[in-house]
Design a protein around this ligand. Sequence first.
Ligand code: FA5
Length: 331
Amino acid sequence: MEQITHVQNDAIAAIQAAKNTEELRAVELDFLGKNGKLSALMKGIGALPNDQKPLFGAKINEAKNAVQSMLDARVQDLKVGELSKQFEAERIDITMPGRAPRYGREHVLQQTTNKIKRVLGSMGFVYKESPELEDFKYNFDALNYPPDHPAMDEQDTFYVTDDKVLRTQCTALQGRVFESTEPPLRVFTVGRTFRNEAVDRTHSHTFHQVDCFMIDRGISMAHLKGTLGVFAKAMFGDEVKVRFRPDFFPFVEPGVDYAISSPKLFNGRWVELGGAGLIHPNILEKYNIDSREFSGFAFGLGVERIPMMAYGVDDLRNFLENDQRFLAQFA
Ligand code: FA5
């Protein structure tokens, strides 16, 4: 009997000494497990006189129950302690400042395109699109290029098949419109164009163009200059001036290149924006538009040139490289 009390006291001391639930589990095995110290005492029961056996068995069971309930109570205590330690370690500091979300914004070329659309749209021009992979016919033939004219080589075209090209100019829209629309008409487009260029600060193989044209009765170079003047003022400010110089494009006669200048931009230097002119009578006749009754103008320009001028960007490749440090400036 004494032995039982002795082992029970050992168990109680071990339970109290256990520092965590793991150690407690070891104690449980050591005393209450199949081969544990209290179970081992049970084996000695056979050697006792018969009248002492029930008492001895009852005493061991009592000791086992006492140890078990002490163990259970201690497990609870330790678990609570361990959980609160875990919670403390995982605590979230809700007073810490959060991370600011990064907002996307429209690419500066898209902002420019939107502005062009607003300005030309407000002047009565209707926005249309045509394919980037264009029929040779619309990119060149329809625009009064004589067969094998060197101007076609000048544009160093990307051919996909003999009669499919990545459009080299948005002017390719003209033939598609003249085929399906009777004058008077005012149309414009903005889109990607492609040329096999030696890339440098002002030239890329992929760039964007605006192309804009109208046909009506009595349209002259004065309407062209007036329209370009209003367009340029809306894009660059009221001080801007437009200059024409003679130039050649197969699809206009007369043809000009036009430049703009403003005291606020590039120290007032003239900067070329694009080409323009009166739509060649050959084109009108080709599409059964009577060139004695109708005339029209057309102009085209590079979209990248606009933010280059407006923001003083000296390398157009910046617009195409998607460097956030550059693009984030144009909020
Ligand atoms: C044309 O493409 C004519 N279609 C413009 C036109 C339309 C003339 C209607 C008459 C009537 P040009 O090849 O000059 O012309 O190109 C027009 C503009 O596109 C240029 O002034 C320039 O601003 C831009 N551009 C041309 N090539 C590139 C290039 N490789 N990279 C960036 N911009 C370019």
